[in-house]
Unconditional design. Structure first.
Length: 83
């Protein structure tokens, strides 16, 4: 199944590791992790600056999206199977 995470981006649900509120990025450990992913080219920013709501962690990449954790949860629970 696929999950739409914003800005015309979908990910396979089975690649999803975690979804965090963007506010969690306030911790120094999370900021360090995001900097590391950015330097590796694995951080993808989908949200406009100032409108970040969630951090979506997959097996390959990290996405910063403007969609809330609750909305992503609803989408994941109601996603249609792949063709």
């Amino acid at each position: 199944m696929l999950l739409h995470i914003g800005n015309d981006t979908v990910i396979p649900k089975n690649d999803l590791v975690a979804v965090l509120a963007y506010d969690a990025a306030a911790s120094s450990a999370t900021r360090s992790f995001l900097r590391s992913m950015r330097s590796d080219g694995r951080l993808i920013i989908l949200a406009e600056q100032g409108k970040e709501r969630s951090i979506v962690i997959t097996t390959e990449r990290i996405y910063v999206t403007g969609i809330s954790c609750q909305a992503l949860k609803r989408r994941a629970e109601s996603a249609l199977p792949e063709d």
